[in-house]
Ligand binder design. Structure first.
Ligand code: MLT
Length: 316
């Protein structure tokens, strides 16, 4: 009888009931931006019902992820998270779930470059001058991030290792509050995703010095920024990706509906325009399939774990 019930439920899922997408960082940041744009594009393929964003920040995205891991596996509570899913196993202690087995993988959404930005008062007019300033101010630099395990934390960690510098980490519940303090001059530097930094760079509220991707970006705003590799940081490459997840045990008929809706959303011209306008690249490869998503995260865990351990920084 239960199977019949689940079958019927899956049949008319979501049946007008609101779906909640947990965003494990503060509202207004890059993860939130991707989730809100995606929710807009998912509405139609999921029957036009409401999709609400639930910001649950903390512990490098593991608080929000834990909320979804223990949610009812009925398809109405989803998680939108980024590269943090592959750094949590190494960077965050006492996490009450296993990334690889604690979720149903619904597909990768996009890839997002990062930019190295500074407070507006920064005098440096290019990366070389910024690098000289960093050397001259050793031990006095405040580097913002969105908490241990966040994308900004990972990028900052790699940047300090590559430049053999040590900066004071200033954690926030997301890079929305972090960039507000950077604009105010309370912190000096931030490595953050273009989805969050582009509008501030355009408004000249922060200064941009480089991008973290292997190749230069093509958006009019960011195409003249050098890559950190060009500036001598050999092999430096950090690209942030976002994926969609449901609690483990969500019925296959429902996860299929959610993955089908995601694939429609990823082709939505409005969604693509918004994301590309902010420097993001919407996923079109095999990672948009659940199996491809799962394999990709496992490969990312294997990739980042030794790099993080070599950098010698762990959770709090
Ligand atoms: C991060 O640094 O992990 C994200 O930018 C946090 C956020 O989305 O605010």
């Amino acid at each position: 009888l239960a199977t019949v019930a689940v079958g019927a439920q899956a049949q008319d899922f979501p049946g007008g009931k609101p779906i909640s997408i947990v965003v494990p960082f503060a509202a207004g940041g890059p993860t939130d931006r991707v989730a809100r744009d995606l929710a807009e594009a998912l509405r139609k393929p999921l029957g036009g019902g409401s999709i609400v964003i639930d910001n649950v920040p903390g512990a490098g995205s593991s608080i929000g992820a834990a909320k979804v891991a223990r949610a009812n596996p009925d398809g109405y509570t989803l998680l939108l998270n980024h590269i943090g899913m592959s750094t949590i196993p190494t960077l965050v202690r006492n996490v009450p779930f296993k990334v690889e087995t604690g979720f149903e993988y619904l597909g990768i959404v996009n890839d997002v470059p990062m930019t190295l930005i500074a407070k507006p008062q920064m005098a440096a007019t290019n990366y070389k001058e910024l690098s000289a300033w960093i050397t001259a101010n050793k031990g006095k630099i405040n580097l913002g991030n969105a908490g241990v395990g966040s994308a900004s934390h990972l990028c900052g960690l790699l940047f300090q290792t590559a430049t053999k510098t040590e900066m004071t980490p200033v954690p926030y519940k997301g890079t929305a509050p972090a960039i507000t303090d950077l604009i105010g001059g309370q912190i000096d530097l931030l490595c953050d995703q273009t989805t969050n930094t582009s509008p501030q760079i355009e408004a000249k509220k922060v200064k941009a010095y480089a991008v973290t991707t292997a190749k230069r970006l093509t958006t009019p705003l960011l195409k003249d920024l050098p890559t950190l590799q060009e500036e001598g940081l050999k092999g430096f490459e950090v690209t942030i990706w976002h994926g969609l997840y449901a609690p483990k045990g969500t019925p296959p008929a429902i996860t299929k509906k959610l993955n089908d809706a995601l694939k429609v959303a990823l082709k939505d011209p409005e969604f693509i325009k918004k994301q590309e306008g902010l420097g993001a690249v919407v996923a079109t490869d095999g990672r948009i399939e659940p199996e491809g998503h799962k394999k990709f995260v496992a490969a990312e865990i294997a990739k980042w774990s030794p790099i993080i351990k070599a950098a010698g920084v762990y959770a709090d």
